[in-house]
Every structure is written in structure tokens, then in C-alpha cells.
Design a protein around this ligand. Structure first.
Ligand SMILES: [Cu+2]
Length: 160
């Protein structure tokens, strides 16, 4: 074993032995972390929902719906490059996380849309969100509202 391999192994073991972070959520074999949203300027009709979904089970799970008190409707979208343009489209079948895999909802990729916001989302607040995976109990999580200055301005919601 080279020292580099040993180092990588040590880093890997450390990562796996870290305790669950506050703000993580679990439902059976499903674990969700890095659940976050962005502040919205007054008058903005939509907000976003991002998170990392781990499926530790041996069956696929499918996120089919969501609900939040801050918006009239939650939908599941994906953003793809289409002829050089970012386009987003709803996922009527839901978002499937294969057995043993992880799917990340993030800018310019899969995301939740919080449509027809009741009020602006403020930096620092926690937005309650109930997720529904097909055939499972409802799962309550919260989205931490924060800025992501490293990200370019959102271009993929201009169609809303
Ligand atoms: Cu969208």
C-alpha cells in the first residue's frame, strides 16, 4: 500500500465515521442532507428546493410530490442543456433514486420548484417541506434558506 493510498483510505474512513450532521433527515432507507433554498426578492413568484437524497435500500425510491406552507404548489423539475440553452421541464413520473445511490438536487439540475410563493423566503430561515416518496410515509424536512454566492445568477427559472 502506498502512502497515498493509505492517506486516501484514512480520509475515506474519517468521512464515514463522522456523526450525522444536524439538519439531516431520515425515513427508513432514505437519508436527506444539504436541504436548502434561496432567498427570494419580494414579488418573486417561485422559490427553489435543493437537497441530496441517499437511498441506502435495495429497492429504488421515487419522490413524487411535495408540500410546503410557503407555496401553493411544489413541483419536481429537471434542467437540461437543449441546443445550447438551459431548459427546465417538469418530471411527471417523479424523481427516482436507484437502490444504493445518491441523487443531488442542485442548481442547473434536478430541483424542486416552490410555485406561487405566499411570501418571500428570507435568508437564514428554515422552510418546512413535506416530501412524498411513492408508497412510503410522508417525510418532513426543512430547507435552510441561504445564498450561494459562488453560483452564477439563476438563469433557468426565467420562464416562470
Ligand atoms: Cu424549475
Amino acid at each position: 500500500m502506498t502512502s497515498r493510498t493509505r492517506l486516501l483510505l484514512a480520509i475515506g474512513l474519517t468521512a464515514f465515521s463522522l456523526p450525522a450532521l444536524a439538519g439531516d433527515f431520515r425515513l427508513g432507507d432514505i437519508a436527506i442532507d444539504h436541504a436548502w433554498s434561496r432567498p427570494t426578492p419580494p414579488g418573486t413568484p417561485v422559490g427553489v428546493g435543493y437537497m441530496t437524497i441517499h437511498n441506502h435500500g435495495d429497492q429504488p425510491v421515487t419522490l413524487v410530490a411535495g408540500e410546503t406552507p410557503v407555496a401553493e404548489q411544489v413541483s419536481i423539475h429537471e434542467t437540461r442543456m437543449h441546443e445550447g440553452l438551459m431548459k427546465m421541464q417538469p418530471m411527471p413520473e417523479g424523481l427516482t433514486v436507484p437502490a444504493g445511490e445518491t441523487v443531488v438536487l442542485k442548481p442547473h439540475s434536478y430541483h424542486l420548484m416552490l410555485e406561487r410563493l405566499e411570501r418571500p423566503l428570507a435568508e437564514g430561515e428554515e422552510v418546512p417541506l413535506t416530501l412524498q416518496f411513492e408508497g412510503l410515509d410522508a417525510m418532513d424536512i426543512t430547507l435552510d434558506v441561504r445564498r450561494m454566492d459562488a453560483m452564477p445568477a439563476e438563469m433557468d427559472h426565467s420562464g416562470h
